[in-house]
Design a protein around this ligand. Sequence first.
Ligand code: 5GP
Ligand code: ZN
Length: 110
Amino acid sequence: MNCLFCRIIAGEIPSSKVYEDEYVLAFRDIDPQAPTHILIIPKEHYDSVLDAPPEAIGRLTEAAKTIAENEGLTENGFRLVINTGDEGGQSVKHLHVHLLGGRSMQWPPG
Ligand code: 5GP
Ligand code: ZN
């Protein structure tokens, strides 16, 4: 298996886990871009959001809401990001949602 995030799911690579259920795993980004930066991924491999069915995407966003609540981000707000493809800045080809919070976000993103 050469997918980094599949290897994290399998426990072959350690991660700082913040949430897990039957379908979803979430862990802290190794290179955080905000005081809170969490990656939320489906346990089933999809290369990107283009390949994922709506149920899978819905489970990720539901998990994101729970994690945002647990991290104390719902009052001030937070950002969810799904980088897709080369111009979208996707470096890991396993669908993931970035949950960023704890500071004011810029718009438009770089
Ligand atoms: P992308 O650029 O594909 O949208 O996001 C991939 C994210 O994975 C990046 O923010 C990067 O810092 C993070 N990342 C890459 N390798 C690892 C790792 O081994 N562990 C963790 N926790 N995050 C990683
Ligand atoms: Zn994978």
